[in-house]
Design a protein around this ligand. Structure first.
Ligand code: DOR
Length: 436
């Protein structure tokens, strides 16, 4: 029996209130939460005076590059970054090499993850135009990922006739990267002679996103199929969902679509290039409102690292994507200091609501019986995002120089300390997530 006692923390309770007190962990679970816990001899004692205890972040959209693209990132480096960022579980995307489009590829990834991941892991199975039998039997998986646009090899299902059978058969969650591939191809030709990276936001414009979101919603309605819209990027999609979102549909937004916009291209060039692209500042405002109003359900980073060398290629040869797992929590907690949202909203968007949407049992709340995936953050000190402190193999962040608070001080995965005051415990291993 291993007991760990966290003392004198400001604990976020399931009802959104705070309790100043102690949390006792035993054998990977939360055993007790109380204002004072007297226990004879815990194995480990953490003094959390001045720190806030939150449920560990569950990041529901990441690209960790292994197998096949380990020069950008691998499951070990990515989960070191997770541990440092307070991310205790992640759901990973199928655009690795080989693509995760069969049970065999899923099994291989799970096997690698068990060996290399410092935090808990779950994986999507990717849809192609001819792997419906694989999609129906894949297990365990958090859901089916469909790239409706911005293809990765055969990971592209863009036409209604190809999408329809996937929505029609089976019941598991379908998560869509909603961009209209035909429109992207047409606009790429139109703007082919422009190499200034800001053109990316015009090529893959707002209508490109809206067209695909509308089509996914149409099919979801037709078959009453559980649908999740990944990285919502535009105000017009948010307003469309405000009027048309059935209760079985969820949507997410990334910190970068809330906090960055097209002005970033002037500052950081292709480091600001991602899919779906950054939008105008007005879109930031509408997305924030949709999140606050519950139209957008939760937050994902879409952590998509590329090397600086790859990013230094001129547009359109530069790859799309940016890292995010080790900055997402401090970025959002800094927003609480600015009065844009509350700490309990951040914990809901980054943990509780994700566990609920993906039906991950016993995670996302600080409650007896729940898994001891926790993060202690310091909301009183500010520190800048600096390249030298990053764990991600790609070694850069679009938020470099931003002064943030809410940096993780201690991260626990299954009751084990995986990160403490600048030090990683690389012996810790996460577990395979369950999806009910
Ligand atoms: O910008 C992006 N990059 N968006 C995605 O959806 C995929 C990702 C990647 O894997 O690089």
């Amino acid at each position: 029996m291993i007991q760990l006692l966290i003392r004198h923390a400001r604990i976020l309770l399931p009802d959104g209130q705070f309790l100043f007190g102690d949390v006792l962990l035993q054998d990977g679970k939360i055993l007790e939460v109380a204002s004072e816990i007297i226990t004879p001899d815990p194995n480990i004692l953490i003094d959390a005076t001045g720190l806030t205890l939150l449920p560990g972040v569950i990041d529901p959209q990441v690209h960790f590059r292994e197998p096949g693209l380990e020069h950008k990132e691998d499951l070990f480096t990515a989960t070191c970054a997770c541990a440092k960022g307070g991310v205790t579980s992640f759901l990973e995307m199928p655009n690795t090499h080989p693509l995760t489009i069969t049970q065999r590829a899923l099994d291989d990834k799970l096997h690698l993850a068990a060996q290399k991941c410092l935090v808990n892991y779950g994986f999507f199975i990717g849809a192609t135009t001819d792997n419906l039998p694989d999609l129906l039997i894949a297990n365990p998986t958090c859901g089916i990922k469909i790239f409706m646009g911005s293809a990765h090899g055969t990971l592209l299902v863009s036409r209604e006739a190809e999408l329809e059978p996937i929505f029609a058969k089976g019941t598991r969650l379908i998560a869509v990267h909603a961009e209209d591939q035909a429109r992207i191809i047409q606009r790429r030709q139109e703007f082919h002679n422009i190499t200034y990276p800001a053109i990316h936001s015009q090529i893959q414009d707002e209508k490109t996103a809206l067209n695909a979101t509308k089509l996914a919603l149409k099919l979801s309605n037709k078959y009453q199929r559980r649908l999740h819209i990944l990285h919502l990027s535009t105000g017009i999609e948010a307003e469309f969902l405000r009027k048309n979102k059935p209760h079985w549909v969820t949507a997410e937004v990334t910190p970068q679509h809330l906090l960055l916009n097209t002005e970033a291209y002037d500052r950081i060039g292709t480091l600001a290039q991602m899919n779906p692209p950054l939008r105008s500042p007005e879109n930031n405002t509408i997305l924030w409102q949709a999140l606050l109003d519950g139209i957008i359900d939760f937050i994902a980073t879409d952590h998509a690292p590329h090397t600086l060398e790859e990013k230094a290629k001129s547009y359109p040869n530069s790859p799309s994507g940016m890292p995010g797992v080790e900055t997402s929590l401090p970025l959002m907690l800094t927003q609480t200091k600015l009065g844009h949202c509350s700490i309990s909203q951040v914990a809901n968007w980054m943990s509780t609501a994700v566990a609920k949407a993906y039906k991950i049992p016993n995670k996302g709340l600080i409650k007896p019986g729940y898994d001891a995936d926790l993060v202690l953050v310091d909301l009183e000190n500010y520190a800048p995002v600096q390249r030298k402190n990053l764990q991600t193999k790609c070694g850069w962040s679009p938020f470099e120089g931003w002064e943030l608070t809410g940096w993780p001080i201690v991260t626990l995965v299954g009751g084990q300390i995986v990160y403490e005051r600048g030090k990683l415990n690389t012996d810790v291993r996460g577990n395979s997530l369950k999806f009910e």
